[in-house]
Ligand binder design. Structure first.
Ligand SMILES: Cc1ncc(COP(=O)(O)O)c(C=O)c1O
Length: 404
C-alpha cells in the first residue's frame, strides 16, 4: 500500500489531539481483535503479547464471555447496590469459592480494590486488633505498583507516578522487596497489614527470592498483621496457577483482584477475604455505584467458571515453559536477564543495543505487540489462549529484532 493511503498516521495524530498525554502508546491503531490477535486500521495483524496488562488473559472476545455479555445486555445492565439483582449472588459465591474465602466485595478498577483493601485493613486494625485511633500503618515494598489514586501514589517509589501529587497520605512504610529482615524490622504494634504483589509486574516481572512469601505469611501470622496480596496482575491464571501466592504454598488474608476478572470486556475488581476481616464493613462505610453491576457480574461469573476448570492455569504453566526456554536462549544474544513465571516474562535488553521502547517499536513492525518498562525492560504477557506456534513466532521475531 502506498504510504499516503495508510490510515494509521492520521489516526495516531487524531488520537492525540484532544487527550491528555498521560500515555505514550506505540503508534498502532487497533480496530478489531480475536483470541491472541489484533488488527489495525490498515488491516495489519499483530500478535498481542501484552494482553491489556493481563486484563485479556482469556484472549480478545472469548466466545463464552462475549455470549454472557450479550445475553446480559439484553436483560439488565445496572441497578446500583441500592437494590439486589439476580447476577450478584452467583458471582460472589463462585468467586469466594475460587479464592477459598468467605466473602467478596466487588469494585471496578484495580486501584479501587487496593483502596478497599487499605480501608478494610485500617478498620480491622482499629476494631479487631485494637490499634489506637489514627495510628495504623501498612508496610509496602519498594518498586511496587498498586494503581494511580492519591493514596496509592503516596507510597510509590517511582518518581513519575508520585512527584508533584502531594500532599501524600501518611500511614505507609516502604521496605525493600524480597527482604524479610527489613520487613520484620518495619512491623510494629500498630501495623495492620503488609501489602505486596507476589510478583512485581510493573517493576519488570520481578519474582521475589524463594521463601520470601512463606516468610511474609509466617511473620504476618506471628505479629497479628493482615497479609494483603495484590494479585491484580499476577492472579487468575497468569503465572500458571489461579494465584501466584499458591505457587509458594501461601494463602494471604486478603486477595486483591482485577484486570482479567472482567474478561477483557468490563472493568471488574474485587477484594476476597474471610468474614472476620471483610465483615468489619457495615452499610454506608464503603461502596461504588458500578461495583458488582449485573453486566460485570454476568461476565465475571463466566471468568470464574473458566478458571474453575483449571485449563487456563495449565496452559499458562505448560506454554510458559516453552516461552521461557525460548527467551533464555537469547541470553547473551541481546538479552541480559529473563524473569517471570508461566506466560509472564520480564526481559532486560542489553542497553548498549537498544532501549526497551525501541525494541517494542521494532517488534511492532514485525507484527508483535509488547510493552517496555523502566528503560530497558520489556514485559511479555500474551493471552493464555496463545498456541505453541504463536509463542515460537513471538520468540523468532524478538530474535530477529535483537540481531538487528
Ligand atoms: C499489581 C497491580 N495493582 C493494581 C493495579 C491498578 O489497576 P487499575 O489500572 O485497574 O486501577 C495494577 C495495574 O497495572 C497492577 O498491576
Amino acid at each position: 500500500m502506498i504510504e499516503d493511503m495508510l490510515r494509521t498516521p492520521a489516526a495516531v495524530q487524531d488520537s492525540e489531539r484532544h487527550t491528555a498525554h498521560n500515555y505514550h502508546p506505540l503508534p498502532v491503531v487497533i480496530t478489531s481483535a480475536e483470541g491472541a490477535w489484533v488488527t489495525d486500521v490498515d488491516g495489519n495483524r499483530y500478535l498481542d503479547c501484552l494482553a491489556g496488562y493481563s486484563a485479556l488473559n482469556f484472549g480478545h472476545r472469548h466466545p463464552t464471555l462475549i455470549a454472557a455479555a450479550h445475553a446480559q445486555l439484553d436483560k439488565l445492565t445496572l441497578t446500583s447496590r441500592a437494590f439486589i439483582h439476580d447476577q450478584f449472588a452467583d458471582f460472589c459465591r463462585e468467586l469466594a469459592a475460587l479464592c477459598g474465602k468467605d466473602l467478596v466485595l466487588p469494585m471496578n478498577t484495580g486501584a479501587e480494590a487496593v483502596e478497599t483493601g487499605i480501608k478494610v485493613a485500617r478498620k480491622w486494625g482499629y476494631q479487631v486488633k485494637g490499634v489506637p485511633a489514627g495510628q495504623a500503618n501498612i508496610v509496602v515494598a519498594e518498586g511496587n505498583f498498586h494503581g494511580r489514586t492519591t493514596t496509592i501514589v503516596s507510597f510509590s517509589t517511582d518518581s513519575d507516578a508520585r512527584a508533584d501529587f502531594g500532599p501524600y497520605t501518611p500511614g505507609f512504610r516502604i521496605v525493600p522487596y524480597g527482604d524479610l529482615a527489613a520487613l520484620t524490622e518495619a512491623i510494629d504494634e500498630h501495623t495492620v497489614a503488609v501489602l505486596l504483589e507476589p510478583i512485581q509486574g510493573e517493576q519488570g516481572v520481578v519474582v521475589p527470592p524463594e521463601g520470601y512469601l512463606p516468610g511474609v505469611r509466617r511473620l504476618c501470622t506471628e505479629r497479628d498483621v493482615l497479609f494483603i496480596a495484590d494479585e491484580i496482575q499476577s492472579g487468575l491464571g497468569r503465572t500458571g496457577a489461579t494465584f501466584a501466592c499458591e505457587q509458594e504454598g501461601v494463602v494471604p488474608d486478603m486477595y486483591l483482584l482485577g484486570k482479567a476478572l472482567g474478561g477483557g470486556i468490563v472493568p471488574v475488581s474485587a477484594v476476597a477475604a474471610d468474614a472476620d476481616v471483610l465483615g468489619v464493613l457495615k452499610p454506608g462505610q464503603h461502596g461504588s455505584t458500578f461495583g458488582g453491576n449485573p453486566l460485570a457480574c454476568a461476565v465475571a461469573t463466566e471468568v470464574v467458571r473458566l478458571l474453575a476448570t483449571g485449563e487456563f492455569q495449565r496452559r499458562s504453566a505448560a506454554l510458559g515453559e516453552r516461552l521461557h526456554a525460548g527467551l533464555r536462549g537469547l541470553l547473551g544474544k541481546g538479552l541480559v536477564a529473563v524473569r517471570g513465571r508461566g506466560l509472564w516474562a520480564g526481559l532486560d535488553i542489553d542497553p548498549a543495543l537498544m532501549s526497551g521502547r525501541e525494541a517494542c517499536e521494532r517488534l511492532m513492525e514485525r507484527g508483535v505487540l509488547a510493552k517496555d518498562t523502566h528503560g530497558s525492560t520489556i514485559r511479555l504477557a500474551p493471552p493464555l489462549v496463545i498456541t505453541e506456534e504463536e509463542i515460537d513466532h513471538a520468540v523468532a521475531q524478538l530474535t530477529a529484532v535483537l540481531a538487528g
